[in-house]
Structures are given as structure tokens and as C-alpha cells.
Design a protein around this ligand. Structure first.
Ligand code: GDD
Ligand code: MG
Length: 333
């Protein structure tokens, strides 16, 4: 089976880290996010991936010049303009000939890190003779996802993208992994932005051809600062991952954190619940809590950063500053 991986978004919720590169090229522990996705697809028997590109496509083509990523073959489909999720699927499917290959293909959101069983999803898709089948995962707050109530046989009863918290009819949400028949591509209008979540899936619901499989496999959408931070802390704990080639002063405290190679932590500094990008430097007696520090950023002596600060690559923070929940540089200015 072949797969389209959607990686063309602007990554706005991860700014300023994504001002210069797509979110799927941000490091998760020691490798770019896209390699976690490609590795999972490869382990599930997918051998060819069409990357659906829009924002900064060269970040991918330059990193994988021989067209291989984590053991799978890559093809590239670069949109002339952002077409939204369904428009992107239509464009990539036609570019790679998936729309008339006569067999179902897979689509995944490129910011999801999971070990969901794709074989099980495909089996349900075939058993129900569905037109499309989507994986669902349970979450506490469904309001930032696509909410998907289903009947006893797995038929989707409604697809409600990002409802108010009070109006979400279920805690099971779209996990961003779909099996699609080529007929779905025919439903997507040409030449304009089309959202699979807001347009295509509701149309399939109306025709009773959309099915879903609930899964409790590990799953996270790493596309926000909070989840990009938490997924790395979780993976590091689960895999026993440890930093290499870092320089931590013996008087510093580093707790529940991910330090990429080349990080320097000065005397008396404290780092807790944080991710420090490659080559970041933490000054003497600085305190970094629940925050993300970009590659090569320098945090001055005595600074205190807390409550999900996100500091961009190569940014210097003057000594003694106290920042709470701040983005530097501020992407809105
Ligand atoms: N090629 C292309 N073109 N890709 C795009 C475009 C586009 O115009 N817009 C978004 N993408 C890519 C993003 O890069 C990302 O990998 C994927 O499509 C999903 O977009 P997000 O912006 O991350 O969507 P979301 O997280 O708000 O919501 C989606 O994912 C949730 C699960 O993670 C929806 O599918 C929800 O229904 C779902 O629950
Ligand atoms: Mg997302």
C-alpha cells in the first residue's frame, strides 16, 4: 500500500520554531518529526510515501536528496498554493497516480507520532467495503480536533471539526490516519482549497460510506508547543533516551528534560521539563522550566523562563530576564 503524508502546513502553532522550517522537520529527540512518521509507516508495510508539500518544500528535498527517509521511498508533490487537506490529497494523488491505480491508499497527517496498527484499519475498511475509513483516538479535550461519533458497526454518524468543548458529542477524535478509495479523490473539487475534515468527510457521512476504528494505541499530534514538548519528554522517559555530547556543569540540575547534542548548561542552572535544541547555551544560575529553547539559542545568566516559553533558533536572551509563556521572537509582531 502507498501513502500520502500531508506536510504542507505553515506550522503556525509552533512559531517561532517554524518561521524558517516546516514543523515536520523539527527535531523530536534525535531525528526530524517526519522520520518518526516514515519509520512507523515502514514498520506497517508501507514502502512508498508521497510527501504532500507546500510550505518550504526544499527543507525535505535537501535533507533527503536520494528520496529515502527512514527506510521508505519518497516522492514529492509540491502544491503551487496551499490547497488545504483534501485539495492537497487530490493534488498528491493525481501527481503520483494513486487516483486511478484501482486500489485504496493511505493518508496521514505528518505531525502525528503514533504506533497505531495500520493493518487493523485496512482490515476494517475491507470488511465494511467502506469508501473511507479513519482511525480514532480518545482525548480529554476534543475541541481542537475532528470529533467522530460512530455506530456499533463502526459507521461514522457525524464528523465535526473543532467543535466547542460543550458541543463535542464524543471524546473519540480523528487520529489523522485514513484509508481512502480512489473514488474519494473524484469527490474533491479541483482548483480551490478543500478541507477533508469540513467538506469531504461530512459528504461521506451523508452517503453512509465513512467508517472508523477506535484505537487506544499511543498517539500524539505534535503540532502545538505543548504537545511538541510533552511528546519528547514522554518518548525520552519511555525509551530511556539520554543526551550525548552535552556539557552540564556539575552544580547544575537537569530534570525530566531533553538536551540535544552540543547543549551547554552553566554553573548553578536548573533545567526542568524542557527541551533544549542543538547547541543551546544556558547561562549561569538560569532557570528553565516547561519551555522549549531553539537551536543555538543563548539564555543569559540568571534568566528565569517558565510556563511554556518558546525561544527561536539562535535567539539571545539578555541576562536576568524573567519570561512567562512568551514566544521570542514574537511571531505576531
Ligand atoms: N500539503 C498541504 N497543504 N498540507 C497541509 C495543508 C495544505 O494546505 N494544510 C495543512 N496541511 C498538513 C499539515 O502540515 C499537517 O501535517 C496536516 O496537514 C494536518 O494539519 P494541522 O494543521 O496539523 O491540523 P490540525 O492538527 O489542526 O487538525 C487535524 O489533525 C487532527 C489530528 O491530529 C485534523 O485532521 C483533525 O480532524 C484531527 O483530529
Ligand atoms: Mg496537527
Amino acid at each position: 500500500m502507498r501513502a500520502i503524508v500531508l506536510v504542507g502546513g505553515f506550522g503556525t502553532r509552533l512559531r517561532p520554531l517554524t518561521l524558517h522550517r516546516p514543523k515536520q522537520m523539527l527535531a523530536v529527540l534525535d531525528k526530524p518529526m517526519i522520520e518518526w512518521v516514515a519509520g512507523w509507516l515502514g514498520a506497517n508495510g508501507i514502502d512508498e510515501v508521497v510527501l504532500s508539500l507546500g510550505y518550504r518544500p526544499e527543507a525535505f528535498t535537501e535533507t533527503y536528496p536520494d528520496g529515502r527517509c527512514a527506510g521508505v521511498r519518497l516522492r514529492y508533490a509540491v502544491e503551487p498554493e496551499p490547497l488545504d487537506t483534501a485539495g492537497a490529497i487530490r493534488f498528491a494523488a493525481r501527481a503520483a497516480g494513486l487516483h486511478d491505480a484501482g486500489e485504496a491508499f493511505l493518508v496521514v497527517n505528518g505531525d502525528v507520532i503514533t504506533d497505531l496498527d495500520i493493518g487493523e484499519l485496512v482490515a476494517l475498511h475491507r470488511a465494511r467495503r467502506a469508501e473511507a475509513t479513519i482511525a480514532l483516538t480518545p482525548v480529554q479535550d476534543p475541541s481542537r480536533y475532528g470529533v467522530v461519533p460512530i455506530g456499533p458497526d463502526g459507521r461514522v454518524e457525524a464528523f465535526i471539526e473543532k467543535p466547542d468543548r460543550a458541543n463535542a458529542p464524543s471524546n473519540w477524535i480523528n487520529a489523522g490516519t485514513y484509508v481512502l478509495e480512489p473514488s474519494v479523490v473524484q469527490r474533491i473539487a479541483d482548483g480551490r482549497r478543500v478541507s477533508i475534515e469540513r467538506e469531504t468527510f461530512p459528504a461521506l457521512v451523508a452517503d453512509c460510506t465513512l467508517y472508523a476504528l477506535q484505537s487506544d494505541a499511543a498517539w500524539v499530534d505534535a503540532g502545538t508547543a505543548a504537545t511538541y514538548l510533552s511528546v519528547q519528554l514522554d518518548l525520552a522517559r519511555r525509551t530511556g533516551w539520554t543526551a550525548v555530547r552535552v556539557e552540564i556543569d556539575p552544580s547544575a540540575v537537569v530534570d525530566n528534560s531533553v538536551l540535544a547534542s552540543g547543549v551547554v548548561v552553566g554553573a548553578g542552572a536548573t533545567v526542568r521539563g524542557s527541551v533544549l535544541g542543538r547547541g543551546a547555551v544556558i547561562g549561569r544560575a538560569a532557570i528553565i522550566e516547561d519551555s522549549i529553547i531553539g537551536e543555538g539559542a543563548q539564555i543569559g545568566a540568571g534568566c528565569r523562563l517558565e510556563s511554556l516559553c518558546v525561544i527561536g533558533d539562535a535567539v539571545h536572551i539578555e541576562p536576568g530576564r524573567h519570561l512567562r509563556a512568551e514566544l521570542v521572537p514574537d511571531p505576531s509582531s
